[in-house]
Design a protein around this ligand. Structure first.
Ligand SMILES: *[C@@H]1O[C@H](CO)[C@@H](O)[C@H](O)[C@H]1NC(C)=O
Ligand SMILES: *[C@@H]1O[C@H](CO)[C@@H](O)[C@H](O)[C@H]1NC(C)=O
Ligand SMILES: *[C@@H]1O[C@H](CO)[C@@H](O)[C@H](O)[C@H]1NC(C)=O
Ligand SMILES: *[C@@H]1O[C@H](CO)[C@@H](O)[C@H](O)[C@H]1NC(C)=O
Length: 375
């Protein structure tokens, strides 16, 4: 899902050598969306304090009695999905989860799921900065402290959102996840303005800034309450994350000299930055998005799209999830992105499996586990 063919995505890897393929460079969300008219007992005015409240990213079984339509209940009732979901699996990697055992296990696997060939020092020095309790959870306060349901919207960049007028519905959620080239200005009616989390790999973020600057994606979203979700796919992500928290230019590698503040703004506190656990990504791939591509020569490059990772992150942290701008069965009616100036077909790149993702969103929607915006 991404940009023009002139732009060749590197697929964010170097370890496979010289192979250069066209890969998705940014906005992978595969078009999708919910629209959450599920009524819940929570005052969703989301004033700033309440906004960053709830929910440990994985505080074990969720037992929120006030939440009548909690997705965990729908999961438990579903014969297939109850065996796929493990809502206790850690979503984020923080310093206190780093052990020798984790190093030994992850260093047997290549990026994007493992640490093979990555510098031990770079990884540990990054993780040691994520040592506060906030680094273990997505939301600022642990779940028990906030009553009611946590309603999240995940906004992919799919063309289905063009003309959708879903902005207010999206903003009515407690938390809004966006990713890659999430242009807001000029598209407020369709996509809303609220943003709680921005998810990316350094590769997709920088590619989005290049590919979509002409439609207004000239800077990464910033804001006091915004949190960044780093998807580890390469050493670049660890180096950028460490530099962001230290407030220094990236010292080495592809992004050498980049100033993280130009992307993420002046606040460099560790609580602003979250890192998906590589084992969580592997778990998602194995259980939810086990593509046939894995057994092809592109297997090493295969990764769920950025949108898929954000949507599945929300499903493992929120009580209710609405998916907007994600791939639907009638994707051909829509342009690749909502912000495209001219209609462009959705491109199926070698590093993602959008057909499989489309089926997954459809099935999760049917199971009542998420709500997918369709039209
Ligand atoms: C929502 O919160 C506001 C401000 O705290 C309060 O005045 C209002 O009564 C609440 N509404 C509901 C439905 O709880
Ligand atoms: C779910 O994940 C937790 C944490 O990784 C693990 O301890 C537990 O055994 C898993 N449960 C199942 C049923 O696989
Ligand atoms: C985290 O590590 C930093 C640097 O080692 C240290 O200054 C800080 O006090 C630690 N924070 C916590 C919560 O342990
Ligand atoms: C966006 O929607 C408008 C009206 O609904 C349509 O005219 C336009 O072609 C669409 N843009 C793209 C890129 O599909």
């Amino acid at each position: 899902f991404s940009s023009e063919s002139k732009f060749r995505g590197r697929c964010s890897r170097t370890s496979t050598g010289k192979r250069l393929l066209r890969c998705s460079t940014g906005n992978d969300a595969g078009p999708g969306g919910l629209h959450g008219t599920v009524s819940v007992g929570r005052n969703s005015t989301s004033s700033s304090q309440a906004f960053f409240g709830p929910k440990a990213s994985n505080s074990g079984t969720r037992k929120n009695l006030l939440c009548q339509h909690a997705l965990s209940l729908a999961v438990q009732r579903h014969p297939r999905f109850q065996n796929l979901f493990n809502l206790s699996t850690p979503v984020l990697l923080s310093g206190d989860l780093f052990t020798q055992q984790l190093w030994d296990s992850l260093s047997q696997h290549k990026a994007p799921y493992g640490w093979q060939g990555l510098s031990h020092q770079a990884i540990t020095s990054t993780l040691s900065l994520l040592n506060g309790s906030e680094s273990t959870r997505l939301f600022a306060v642990s779940r028990e402290l906030l009553p009611g349901c946590i309603r999240c919207a995940v906004v992919g960049n799919g063309g289905i959102l063009n003309g959708s007028r879903q902005g207010q519905n999206i903003d009515a959620h407690d938390y809004v996840f966006r990713l890659n080239g999430a242009v807001i200005k000029g598209f407020e009616n369709d996509v809303g303005t609220k943003i709680s989390f921005y998810g990316f790999t350094v590769n997709t973020m920088k590619n989005s800034l290049i590919s979509y600057s002409n439609v207004g994606f000239t800077s990464v979203p910033q804001g006091q309450h915004l949190r960044y979700i780093f998807i580890p796919s390469d050493i670049r992500d660890y180096l950028m994350l460490r530099s962001a928290i230290l407030g220094v230019p990236v010292p080495e590698g592809t992004d050498k000299g980049d100033r993280p503040q130009t992307y993420f703004g002046p606040d460099s506190s560790a609580s602003k930055f979250k890192l998906l656990h590589p084992d969580f990504i592997s778990y998602l791939r194995e259980r939810f998005l086990k593509s046939k591509l894995i057994n092809t020569k592109f297997g090493d490059l295969y990764m769920p799209s950025t949108g898929a990772l954000m949507l599945l992150t929300a499903l493992h942290t929120c009580d209710q999830v609405s998916a907007y701008g994600f791939i639907t069965s009638n994707y051909q009616k829509f342009s690749d992105h909502y912000f495209d100036r001219m209609k462009k077909p959705l491109i199926f790149y070698a590093n993602h499996d959008l057909s499989l993702e489309a089926t997954l969103w459809r099935d999760l929607h049917k199971a009542g586990i998420l709500w997918l915006y369709q039209r």
